[in-house]
Design a protein around this ligand. Sequence first.
Ligand code: SF4
Length: 155
Amino acid sequence: RPERVLVSACLLGRSCRYDGKDNGDQVLGAELEAQGLVAVPFCPEEHGGLGTPRPPAWLTASAEAVLDGEGQLVTDAGRDVTAQFRAGAEGALEVCQREGVRRAFLKERSPSCGCAQTHVDDRVVQGPGLTTALLLRAGIECRGVEGRRSRDDAD
Ligand code: SF4
């Protein structure tokens, strides 16, 4: 059966970003199709019950530290949304385990989905978001995707 891969839902055009927009990436869509991969769309922050639109949020420590119980996720108004972000990350891992997913394509710089970079204290820093950190611990290969590329932009 074709390989199933987890994909940040906003990269597939779903309007689930905190500001109600999407990161639809036609280049990624075409790449997945060309490789015969079946995308399993998932938005950790919606899964965690944060709703869309929602206030922007960031980590107060590295995602690794937050997974270990040190640090939080807070909104720009200072609300603690750690439990919701954690529920989203755990939901993503459950989907991967249920669907036999071993690879994920995730929106770069998100506090949930970032891979090389994420947001700590409203700044872009090196390191994964919370969902990515949990997937990496489970041995799932994660690739960061910028998003919003159209076929016209492609090389
Ligand atoms: Fe949802 Fe992740 Fe996209 Fe944010 S980056 S909107 S959490 S899928």
